[in-house]
Design a protein around this ligand. Structure first.
Ligand code: BTN
Length: 267
């Protein structure tokens, strides 16, 4: 089992902005929560928190991100992009592309799935979660949290992920050998920085074009939205108010009651 080590990560990367400060933790509640505490204490852009394990790792929609020790990557990066809050989504896409780049640098084809998943051979290998603090519509800071299944073996995937196991994989399962977590983390920071600087220099279009190429556009999907059922309109469509306050109009679909909080805890 490799030990996470800030110097080893730095040796594997050549970044100017990301990872100048790397805080390596053993067990932490969540690398993103730990980084938020540092951000509130004035941490610089590019600060990284990486942990061996998380006790309260979280993903989208309040789901638990299962984070056993010694095997995976749990890493959060502090960004302070000079952008409007509406760019936050694009930064999540950017994060998933950088993970896909890093996996491809290991010789494995990776795809992205909206909004924040990275897949290999149709199975989820990584997830990205952006958490934003904004003022006056502008991003104050954005914490990009990244979880990658690196060295989880099939029997662990099966026992830890339950019903989700068949739709999940790890890089070790695909490649058949152990992945060095420090090297992967260093490469990821490099890919992330390259995409982040390109986004700032050239705007969102090249990034969106790239994302489209690496994704499943064209395939049939089910889209799930969650919010408050407010009303029906004159055409009989359901009006749903989302958590961000906006209201959408649903013409086709199926309405399910919200799962109870305990059920949300399982991935
Ligand atoms: C998802 O697929 O829903 C996103 C999962 C993001 C998990 C990572 S692990 C590192 C960071 N810390 C967290 O608590 N979450 C992110």
């Amino acid at each position: 089992m490799d030990q996470l080590d800030a110097d080893a990560i730095k040796r594997a990367t050549q970044t100017q902005l990301l990872g100048q400060e790397i805080d390596v933790q053993g067990e932490v509640d969540s690398t993103s929560a730990a980084l938020l505490r540092r951000a509130q204490a004035g941490a610089l852009e590019g600060t990284v928190v990486i942990a061996d394990s998380q006790t309260a790792g979280h993903g989208r929609l309040g789901k638990l991100w299962i984070s056993p020790p010694g095997v995976n990557l749990y890493l959060s990066v502090l960004l302070k992009p000079p952008f409007h809050i509406r760019e936050a989504h694009v930064l999540t896409l950017l994060g998933s592309l950088a993970v896909a780049d890093t996996i491809e640098a290991h010789g494995v084809t990776a795809q992205v799935k909206w909004p924040n998943d990275v897949l290999v051979a149709g199975k989820k290998i990584a997830g990205v979660l952006s958490e934003v603090e904004a003022a006056d519509g502008h991003i104050g800071h954005l914490i990009l949290g990244i979880g990658v299944n690196l060295n989880l073996e099939r029997h662990s995937i099966d026992s830890l992920l339950g019903t989700e196991a068949a739709r999940a994989t790890s890089l070790q399962e695909v490649l058949g050998h152990v992945i060095d977590r420090n090297v992967f983390a260093g490469m990821l920071l490099e890919k992330l920085e390259a995409r982040y600087l390109a986004f700032q220099a050239k705007g969102r279009q090249p990034l969106l074009t790239e994302w489209r190429k690496r994704s499943f556009l064209g395939s049939r999907v089910t889209v799930r939205v969650e919010g408050i059922a407010k009303d029906i309109d004159e055409e009989g469509c359901l009006l749903v108010t989302l958590d961000d306050g906006s209201t959408i109009r649903v013409r086709e679909g199926e309405v399910l009651p919200l799962p109870r909080a305990r059920e949300l805890q399982s991935r």
